[in-house]
Design a protein around this ligand. Structure first.
Ligand code: C2E
Ligand code: CA
Ligand code: CA
Ligand code: CA
Length: 275
């Protein structure tokens, strides 16, 4: 196969038919990806609608494979979870995110994604504390995104670790809201800072009245609970306008900005706030 450069379009599709042999090969390569410097983060902005300013970025992991090209997280994260490599990857992500926070203005936060299995390792707390201290970054600038599916009973330790994170001053967002079970139960039990409405609802809200009703209700729910609400996957001006009218706090999506490299962010933070 040909060597591919950083801009290469991925041809490797996420699917269940990624054969066992393929997965083993990828797992083997992934074991060396960190030291080989093949992993990198891209950052997708959050826009505060009312203030018209960028309030932070979600860090999304990428793997530039030397032979296969760019491999999406939907392919390598499950492999990392199964093999336990996710712990190393997660620590790397936290350290890198903290290092970026040190270079960006104080009013900017970074959200990192966590898998359920990462919450089975109490060591992650230590890593986070150390990374924040090393970068001299305030804990409230680091946000952890978790999905409700990871709070199911199988991972009983999760709420304890979550509470420790909150005590440390981090913020926690409930990701992909509306796609799992028992969302409302967890909102009662855990002091989330923010909920992120899944992009599937945003995609259909202007064409399907029931979808619009759900989006409006979730925004109202967040307001009642006095927590933030983010709409994911905003791609059109009409969607943004609708979310502005329904008093959504923040939006994220290709309309605002695609996931970008660290150097692209540096110039973005210099630009004037958008309306
Ligand atoms: P997610 O956390 O729900 O991230 C949102 C995904 O939607 C990202 O895909 C992002 O690129 C994409 N997206 C953003 N805006 C738009 C839009 O306007 N339209 C559409 N159609 N898509 C949009 P990505 O980067 O491929 O990540 C996929 C998933 O991989 C993430 O879903 C997250 O669950 C997981 N992931 C990514 N990075 C990490 C990581 O560092 N650790 C862990 N554990 N999981 C990660
Ligand atoms: Ca996320
Ligand atoms: Ca999401
Ligand atoms: Ca998702």
């Amino acid at each position: 196969a040909k060597k591919s450069g950083p801009g290469t379009i991925c041809f490797f599709e996420a699917s269940d038919d990624t054969s066992a042999r393929e997965r083993r090969a990828l797992q083997h390569d992934l074991e060396h990806a960190i030291e080989a410097d093949e992993l990198f983060l891209v950052y997708q902005p959050f826009l505060d609608i009312r203030q018209g300013r960028i309030t932070g970025f979600e860090a999304l992991l990428r793997w530039q494979h030397p032979v296969r090209g760019l491999i999406p997280p939907s392919v390598f994260i499950p492999i990392a979870e199964e093999s336990g490599l996710i712990h190393q990857l997660g620590e790397w992500v936290v350290r890198r995110a903290c290092a970026m926070l040190a270079r960006w203005p104080d009013g900017i936060r970074i959200a990192v994604n966590f898998s359920a299995v990462q919450f089975q390792n109490v060591g992650i707390l230590q890593t986070i504390v150390e990374a924040l201290a090393e970068a001299k970054v305030a804990p409230d600038r680091l946000e952890i995104e978790i999905t409700e599916s990871m709070l199911i009973s199988k991972y009983g330790a999760a709420p304890a670790i979550l509470n420790s994170l909150l005590e440390l001053g981090l913020t926690v967002a409930l990701d992909d809201f509306g796609t799992g079970f028992s969302s409302l139960t967890y909102l009662r039990k855990l002091p989330f800072s923010r909920i992120k409405i899944d992009q599937s609802f945003i995609r259909d809200m202007l064409t399907q009245p029931d979808c619009a009703a759900i989006v409006k209700s979730v925004i109202g729910l967040a307001q009642e609970l006095k927590i933030g609400v983010v709409a994911e996957g905003v791609e059109t001006v009409d969607q943004l306008e609708y979310l502005r009218q329904t008093s959504c706090d923040e939006v994220q999506g290709y309309l605002i900005g695609r996931p970008m490299s660290a150097s692209e962010i540096a110039s973005m933070l210099d630009t004037k706030p958008r309306q």
